[in-house]
Design a protein around this ligand. Structure first.
Ligand code: HEC
Length: 194
């Protein structure tokens, strides 16, 4: 009898601790990665190029009638603290920031924009050309599935210093309808896939 009470007690303690750990992981594990000004605009992330690089989808202008919606390489980074939690739990914690920097191609030799490179014919990164960011903050962005979306300009750096949350129709709507997991296109990135 005493033994079974002890077992029940231990199970209760273990599940309590697990819940505490899970809750802690969902809090601001990444303080400093997303900085908002008094107007609630996001300040452009500074050191994102030192975060974890998750992948580089490519939509060349040469394959999109000369004007891809997001030209051309999309260099995508996630803040390191959030990535550590995602690796362990498969959950993007509150405070996750994902930055997508657009990069134009080097001038091509062929109509599809590809270039004869030393390593073979292909697509090679040229100049930086824009910045889009998404931030997970469920209390601020309740209306767009817990994520805010920000466009800091599609042009060469310097990018805009701050950006207001984009309207749902410009960004969140498409992610909500099509993304693989919690608003993120995880299947595009080998290290985020299940
Ligand atoms: C028409 C659909 C669509 C719209 C609109 C859209 N996106 Fe995306 N977004 C995607 C797709 C698909 C990917 C992943 C593949 C890629 O980059 O081509 C992506 C990737 C991203 C990523 C990298 C993380 C991820 O989920 O892969 C960020 C950050 C991002 N988009 C921000 C934005 C912002 C900010 C806007 C609005 C300015 C926006 N997106 C508008 C479809 C869309």
């Amino acid at each position: 009898m005493k033994f079974s009470l002890l077992v029940v007690f231990l199970i209760a303690v273990i599940s309590g601790v697990t819940t505490l750990v899970a809750n802690a992981e969902n809090k601001d594990t990444s303080i400093g990665a997303a900085v908002f000004n008094a107007k609630g605009e996001l300040v452009v992330p500074k050191d994102f190029q030192r975060w974890v690089f998750i992948g580089a989808p490519l939509t060349p202008n040469g394959l999109n009638n000369g004007q891809a919606a997001f030209p051309e390489f999309h260099h995508v980074y996630i803040n390191s603290d959030a990535f550590a939690v995602y690796e362990r739990t498969g959950i993007f914690p509150e405070g996750t920031v994902i930055a997508k920097e657009l990069v134009l191609l080097q001038k091509g030799d062929h109509p599809d924009g590809s270039k004869n490179g030393i390593s073979g014919r292909g697509y090679f990164a040229g100049e930086l050309n824009g910045m889009d960011v998404m931030v997970k903050d469920s209390s601020r962005f309740e209306d767009t599935n817990g994520w805010g979306f920000f466009n800091f300009g599609h042009h060469a750096p310097p990018y805009e210093k701050t950006a207001p949350a984009a309207p749902k129709a410009s960004c969140a709507g498409c992610h909500q309808a099509n993304a693989d997991k919690d608003m993120v296109f995880t299947d595009m990135y080998p290290i985020l896939r299940e």
